[in-house]
Design a protein around this ligand. Structure first.
Ligand code: TRP
Length: 470
């Protein structure tokens, strides 16, 4: 067996810090902004069920695989895949997983930063008391005033990108540990408070029914793909972010244990956010399928009515920005690590280069909500008629590139890497747990991803099949 490598970028100081950093990466806009609105767009319960199945059958095994490959290779995903493929006597083709990940990371960060900018803008609205006593119509107007103004969006997008680049430039370790340790539990607490508020809206049950009673007639084939894509997105899988974090993981840490913890926390935050939001939606006659503005058009109503709303509202958006920040840094870490390894760049230079490129691409998302709101770049293709640049980037990355990357990672971990290597790296022995994972990653996980892709082509009806079961 190859001797143990170490990473030139350093290591997390403990397994606990890795859990914090990876949870910081996983918990972000995906949980609080995206999960509720795509659930609303796709009819609720059935979508949530498919999403949870995807987390269990696809997300968890692939996360274990990514962490394992990362720790085994101890380099940026591109170089890790090159090295591991060489050691396994496989084709150098596998390094393209790393390349596709770098490109996906760029694309995601470009729009992620714009949305995080909305949250930044809302910090100031909340603190200024702008939500006091607002109703459904006013929050909608407030939201469209923001997104219809490209200059304002640009300013917030720029600020967020600078914040992200600054952290990556210093190295993802410094500062991150302490901040995540305090702010994550706070975010959790404020979500619980919001759920408490939602319980008193008089529409709590309706919200729960919407989220947890599956009605498969509401779930389209595209909805199934979006649910799977989101399982990748929310766990930061399929592009090497978790792989690069795994490459800084101390030797002894248990990969299965950390993965379960991260997946559980991530899922909990998403469910809490949705449970808080939908009762507010129904109580105020808002539209569950309102799209990307959903949380910005619901949470302010709650803060405007509850006692201490200015404080809680400000805190909520601060924590949302923070959650987005700890996620965003993981989106460019693979590219930065690669530039440092292969081109001898200083971290600072590499981070600025990547940040500037992603910022430029972000302009297309900024304009997707105003100047180019009616411009559909691939509008000539069926299924893309309603997708602006933002919609397109989101769809291509979350629903196509990440699942494809994940599929390749599963195949590599299950079929290309020698079995002894994964037994050795996972440290689970060769018992039931290891075999369970090995079976999933070889057969069930790739099959599930493949079936969802097949579902979209119309050759299979997963929604219909699940409808028979539940
Ligand atoms: N998981 C984060 C969220 O839910 C977003 C994110 C960070 C991400 N790093 C990633 C998504 C890597 C895909 C790949 O907000």
């Amino acid at each position: 067996m190859a001797e143990r490598r170490s990473s030139i970028h350093g290591q997390w100081s403990s397994k606990f810090v890795f859990i914090l950093a990876a949870t910081g990466s996983a918990v972000g806009l995906g949980n609080i902004w995206k999960f509720p609105y795509i659930t609303g767009d796709n009819g609720g319960g059935a979508f949530v069920l498919v999403y949870l199945l995807c987390i269990a059958v696809i997300g968890v095994p692939i996360m274990m695989a990514e962490v394992m490959l990362g720790r085994r290779g101890r380099q940026s995903p591109i170089n890790t895949m090159t090295t591991l493929a060489r050691e396994a006597g496989a084709s150098p083709f596998w390094k393209w997983i790393g390349w596709m990940g770098v490109i996906a990371g760029f694309l995601i960060l470009s729009y992620y930063s714009v949305i995080a900018g909305w949250a930044l803008a809302y910090v100031f609205r909340a603190a200024g008391g702008a939500f006091t006593g607002v109703g459904g119509e006013e929050v909608q107007r407030m939201f469209s005033r923001l997104v219809s103004d490209p200059e304002r969006l640009l300013a917030w997008h720029t600020l967020f990108m600078v914040m992200t680049t600054a952290v990556v430039a210093r190295g993802v370790r410094s500062g991150l540990e302490k901040a995540v340790r305090i702010l994550m539990p706070l975010l959790f607490a404020i979500l619980v408070i919001l759920v408490g508020y939602a319980m008193n809206t008089g529409h709590f049950e309706q919200g729960l029914r919407f989220l947890f009673r599956p009605d498969f007639s509401q779930l389209s084939a595209d909805g199934v793909l979006i649910a799977m894509g989101h399982a990748f997105f929310t766990l930061s899988l399929g592009m090497g972010a978790i792989m690069v974090y795994g490459s800084y993981l101390p030797e002894k840490a248990s990969i299965a244990g950390t993965t379960f913890t991260i997946a559980l926390l991530d899922t909990l935050v998403a469910i809490l956010a949705a449970v808080a939001i939908f009762p507010i939606v129904f109580a105020n006659g808002l539209e569950p399928g309102a799209g990307p503005g959903l949380i910005f058009q619901t949470m302010p109503i709650a803060f405007g009515q509850m006692p201490g709303g200015i404080l809680f509202g400000t805190l909520f958006f601060v924590l949302l920005v923070f959650a987005a920040w700890t996620s965003a840094i993981s989106l460019i870490e693979p590219a930065v690590a690669w530039l440092v390894e292969n081109h001898g760049y200083r971290r600072l230079t590499a981070a600025i280069l990547v940040g500037v490129l992603s910022w430029c691409l972000g302009l297309l998302t900024v304009f997707s909500f105003n100047l180019l709101e009616n411009f559909m770049p691939l509008g000539f293709l069926a299924g893309f008629q309603d997708k602006t640049f933002f919609g397109l980037f989101d769809y291509l990355t979350a629903n196509i590139m990440l699942p494809l990357g994940g599929l390749l990672i599963a195949i590599f971990a299950g079929w290309v890497l020698q079995r002894e290597a994964s037994v050795d790296e996972l440290r689970l022995g060769d018992g039931l747990l290891y075999r369970g994972w090995y079976y999933l990653i070889r057969y069930l996980t790739p099959l599930a991803v493949g079936l969802v892709f097949l579902d979209v082509t119309g050759l299979l009806d997963i929604g219909g099949l699940l409808g028979l079961l539940f």
